[in-house]
Design a protein around this ligand. Structure first.
Ligand code: HEM
Length: 391
């Protein structure tokens, strides 16, 4: 265990709102051992920005980790050359060029179709009716698993996320994770003969085309599903909520004074969909007066770094005019999010402008509270809205 000061936290309160505790940690103990999480937390942007690049110390290779055991050995749990080889292999599917030329139009078609289905209703839970199916339909396209139902994409993503955070070893949670990975394996088995003999820009298509071993193909598809469903879902629902609760800033966007990408980047900084990423200490190491032991677990707290007062003025406030250049919502090292360009297209180029154009006078429903939660993954649980329907 590290020699970092020991700080106790109330895990339930941390789930409801992690930011007061993270601010206290940044102020009093930016590197702290938190027994309730069984890990040493790095909470300052500086320490995370430097450490995430030191892969010989802060290793992603966690052979005993739940992700490897339950989802197979994917690129996010590899370091160095073996990691970079797999990143290179998937790049043709998620590069800025492919996203612009190939995926954006498909994302737009998904958004238009989904809005056609519920727009006449005049009111809905925006998370359930738009954010969830839109994120899932886009992810079906990107992964190549167009044979899946969007409901399965969402449920299996959640099943894996719960499974890899199941440190208490709950049997039902583990069983749900196994059901999710078996469902994905079956969907892959169906699509391989379809995609193998044709040029295809999806993740499955490009990994098959470059001859990647099937174990790695399966593991990386499961990684994309576990890391590519909730995050865009939470980012688009969260950004809509942030703009509806900051009407002056929404007007800057609908007037075209500020680009939609600013709303996405600022939301992802303010409430980072991925608030934490784990690493294993690979050799004895010291940061200032804190000594780390090999094999201990460290949490890189992206959600805290993005509210670090040393780098962001009024860090706790949502402001679309802010320079978000220092945000590390997509990571700060070799594991920088492979889906970042696809997410920006999904949320900023398609989702937000289309929703605010199609749902006229979009507003929150009075009296129905909006619920939000999580610290490792943080997002809205519901978003009750109404609008002036066109019919
Ligand atoms: C708002 C949306 C998203 C956010 C905020 C987000 C955030 C992140 C972060 C913070 C990491 C780095 C984790 C680390 O350093 O350990 C990451 C990695 C990754 N993300 Fe995303 N992500 C998003 C959407 C997506 C989507 C849509 C996909 C799939 C197409 C995706 C695929 C991946 C993959 C494959 C990695 C691992 C990259 C590697 O290990 O080299 N992400 N993401």
């Amino acid at each position: 265990m590290s020699t970092a000061p020991r700080i106790d936290i109330d895990v339930a309160a941390f789930w409801h709102d992690p930011y007061p505790t993270l601010a206290r940690l940044r102020r009093d103990a930016p590197i702290a051992f938190v027994p309730q999480l069984g890990s040493t937390l790095l909470c300052s942007r500086e320490d995370i920005f430097v450490s995430e690049k030191q892969i010989d110390v802060f290793s992603s290779h966690q052979p005993q980790g739940l992700m490897n055991k339950l989802m197979g050995h994917n690129m996010m749990r590899k370091d160095g050359e073996s990691h970079l080889n797999e990143r290179k292999a998937i790049f043709p599917a998620i590069s800025p060029k492919t996203v612009k030329a190939h995926w954006t139009a498909r994302f737009q078609a998904h958004a238009d179709r989904i809005l056609d289905e519920f727009e006449p209703a005049g009111a809905c839970d925006f998370v359930r009716e738009f954010a969830l199916p839109f994120s899932a339909e886009c992810l079906k396209s990107i992964t190549g698993l167009t044979n899946m139902r969007f409901e399965d994409m969402n449920a299996w993503s959640q099943g894996m996320i719960d499974g890899i955070a199941n440190y208490v070893g709950d049997a039902a949670t583990e069983a749900r994770c196994h059901a999710a990975t078996s469902g994905i394996d079956a969907a892959i088995d169906d699509m391989v003969p379809v995609l193998r003999n044709r040029e295809d820009r999806s993740l499955l298509g490009v990994m098959l085309a470059c001859g990647m071993p099937m174990d790695s193909v399966r593991a990386n598809i499961k990684l994309a599903i576990s890391g590519g469903q909730n995050e865009p879902r939470d980012a688009i629902a969260g950004a809509v909520w942030a703009l509806l609760t900051h009407p002056a800033q929404l007007k800057l966007l609908t007037d075209g004074a500020v680009p939609w990408i600013q709303a996405f980047e600022e939301y992802a900084r303010w409430i980072s969909p991925i608030g934490m990423s784990p690493r294993r200490i690979a050799k004895p190491w010291t940061i200032r007066d804190v000594e780390f032991e090999p094999d201990e677990r460290v949490f890189l707290m992206f959600g805290s770094a993005n509210r670090d007062e040393k780098h962001f003025e009024r860090a706790g406030e949502f402001d679309v005019r802010r320079d978000t250049g220092k945000s590390i919502a997509f990571g700060a090292g070799p594991h920088f999010c492979a889906g970042a360009w696809a997410s920006r297209a999904m949320v900023a180029d398609v989702g937000l402008p289309t929703v605010f154009a199609r749902l006229r006078n979009l507003r929150l429903v009075d009296g129905e509270p909006v619920r939000i939660g999580g610290w490792a993954f943080r997002g809205l649980l519901n978003l009750p809205v109404a609008w002036n329907s066109a019919v």
